[in-house]
Each structure stands twice: as structure tokens, then as C-alpha cells.
Design a protein around this ligand. Sequence first.
Ligand code: 1GP
Length: 235
Amino acid sequence: MDKPILKNIQKEAKKGNKLLAILLDPDKTLVAEIPTIINRIESLKTNFIFVGGSQVKNGVTENLVKKIKTITNIPVILFPGDYTQITNYADGILFLTLLSGRNPEYLIEQQIKAVPLLKNTSLEIIPTGYILIDGGTNSSVLKVSNTTPIDQKNIELAVNTAVAGEYKGKKLIYLEAGSGAKNPVNLNIISKVKQHISIPLIVGGGIKTKQQIQATFANGADIVVIGNAFENKIL
Ligand code: 1GP
């Protein structure tokens, strides 16, 4: 199967071009507001729309994605908290493995549960190593996954986890401080991880300002994800 999303990310990352993803949480986004939201997303020159939340009711993600797809050509990529959020209306899915955690549910169980839904789908499946870094708040991913995040000071563990992800065949690494994190991923962690991997790097969680976005890019992120700051109209 053709993989246009991943190929595009790899191509842009190789050229050093930076990409912006806006994250919409289906539980907090009203379908009726989508036209206005898409307007704002397009005016920010957004490259991807990520859709997902830690706990979303059945069918809500699909309705939202369906509506988004009627309005914009920006690729919609599922960033699901669990397998029930999978919908064929999106363009792709970050097939996440929570590499920083030791909970089998998020290392392999959810992935197995996703297979019947993904088998006959046209979604582009993008194997992604997901690494939770301590953002200083009890984020929902932390609560739901019941795992310990990597300490911001433990750069070596963060780097080795990311490199292990690449060795395991992941196509992207996602450094996550948690939605609404007090402390975004430390710039030092981002640059060290970037130095040691050769696959594109996504960074998100607690990034609120244009300056923070620039610094995150400058230190090696290929894709920055913004959720709360967009939702709260700070950006
Ligand atoms: C969370 O990385 C994303 O999964 C975005 O976080 O909502 O804090 O921007 P924010």
C-alpha cells in the first residue's frame, strides 16, 4: 500500500522543513464548530490534523472526522487513546506503542484489539514509538496508561528508549509531555534524541507560544503538536 503521509514527513524532515499538527480532542470539539475551527487551522498553515483523546465515547471520533473531511484537504491522522477511536474516514493512524511504559495493555494488547478494525481499512498505518516524559502534571495519558513517565533529567533513558524504538522498526518517535503539561519536553532531551535517531521526531505537550514552537523546532523536532493552546485560542 502506498504511504503518502509517512513519505511526505520523511521527505520534509530530510529537507529540514518543519511541520505543524493541530490536535483536536473529539470529546471537547463540537461538530457544529468545525467550519470555524478549520478556518483557524488553515490560517495557521497547519500540515496535519491529529484527532484523538484519552477517553472518547464510541462514534464521536468518526462523526468529527467525517465532518472535517468534508471541509478541508489537510490530512487527518488518528492519534487514538484506544482502539475504539479507529475510523476509516481518516487518512492515517499513528499506530502507537507506549515505549516508556511497562503496561502490556499499551505495549501490545491495544494493538491486537485494533487489528480487526484496521485489517480491511484504507488508513495509512504509521508505526510510532510513543515516549512519555514527565510534564509536571498528572496528565490523562499518564492516568489512563497507568505508567511512569521518564524524568526530564534522565536524558540517557529518553535517548535509549527512542533509539530502541527505531531499532524495533518504528517509523516515527513521539516525545510527549502530556496534554496541558506544565513543563513541555526539555529542549535538551529533544536535541539529544534527535542526534541519536534517524527517523522523524514529533514533540508535543504543554507547548503554548510561537517562541516555544520555534525553540522546539530549532532543537530538532520535525513535527510539533499543539492541542490546548489552539483549543484555548492562545494560538
Ligand atoms: C497531547 O501532545 C499533545 O497529546 C498536545 O498537548 O494539548 O498540551 O498542546 P497540548
